[in-house]
Structure formats: structure tokens, C-alpha cells
Write a protein of this length. Structure first.
Length: 168
């Protein structure tokens, strides 16, 4: 079986130096990449963060870029109180919601209009930064939506909301 011998970040291309071999008997229910498949795995990308000492499974690698053609990657910094209790994982669908800053035009009166939203997909979420607890989430959006999401983020008017698995 193939094992992970050094940490590999999400989206990083796998090399032979990242992988090792282990001899062990596995239950047929366990899906792991056999050592004979080394050449077919090298050059693919990590679909999730790979930790040293773990077995490599087929679902942990992909031949695709994590940011697809027609998409842009937008980094979003979230304060500790904005982090959902549910772990953010690559591939998870999210909504980027524009929430106007308090005290700006349009926030003093009630509005029946739905807030502006953009669809996104989590590519990677960092660990909490020491001292601040801020988590940076890399979100892939449609290329046309990337600048808008970046502007909302820069203005501090962006909120990340987890979408249902079907995207609604």
C-alpha cells in the first residue's frame, strides 16, 4: 500500500518523495492505493490535506486543478465568531453574502430585498492563526464574481454561509 511520508497541502502536486510503501493486509472494505499504482498517482494533486503516516486512498487525489477554468480563488479571513462549528472541507459549497456595514446607507431602514449572494466552493481552510484565531478560507467563485467577492472581503461586508449539499 502507498503511505504518505510528508505533509502535502491541498492542491499540491504529488511526487515520489511524498509517498512511501507499506506491506499490510487490509480488509476489502478499506480503499487504499496499492504500491503498484505509484506511477499513476505521482503528478496528481492532493484533493485534501495529506498527513504523514496515513494510507493514501483513491479519493484523496485528483487529476484536476482545484480551481477550475472559469473560476477565481478568493481568500476570505474569518474571525473566530464567524467560523461555523462544522469543519470547512474542500469541495464544500458555500454562499458569499454581502452584508452592508452598520450605519451605512440602506441599513437604517428595513428592506424586503434579499441580500446579494455569490456561489462558491471551499478549496482550503487554514488553521486558526495564533493570537487572532483568524481562519483563512480559499473559496473558488465564478471568474465574474471574484472581484465582487474580493471587494466585499476588503470592505468587511462579506459573510460566508454554508450551503446545503444540493447548493440551495
Amino acid at each position: 500500500m502507498l503511505t504518505v511520508v510528508r505533509a502535502v497541502q491541498v492542491g499540491q502536486v504529488l511526487t515520489e518523495d511524498d509517498l512511501g510503501k507499506a506491506s499490510l493486509a487490509l480488509d476489502p472494505a478499506v480503499k487504499a492505493v496499492g504500491s503498484d499504482d505509484l506511477k499513476s498517482v505521482v503528478g496528481k494533486r492532493a484533493a485534501v490535506e495529506l498527513k504523514p503516516g496515513s494510507l493514501l486512498s483513491p479519493s484523496q487525489v485528483t487529476k484536476n486543478n482545484l480551481v477550475k477554468a472559469g473560476e477565481q480563488l478568493v481568500p476570505i479571513g474569518l474571525d473566530p465568531e464567524q467560523i461555523p462549528a462544522t469543519a470547512l472541507v474542500p469541495g464544500q459549497k458555500v454562499k458569499l453574502v454581502h452584508v452592508p456595514a452598520q450605519g451605512t446607507a440602506g441599513t437604517d431602514k428595513a428592506s424586503d430585498a434579499a441580500p446579494q449572494t455569490l456561489d462558491g466552493r471551499v478549496v482550503k481552510a487554514s488553521g486558526a492563526a495564533p493570537g487572532t484565531g483568524i481562519v483563512v478560507v480559499d473559496v473558488a467563485t465564478a471568474a465574474a464574481d471574484g472581484p465582487t467577492a474580493a471587494a466585499w472581503e476588503a470592505a468587511g461586508t462579506l459573510q460566508l454561509v454554508l450551503a446545503a449539499p444540493d447548493g440551495e
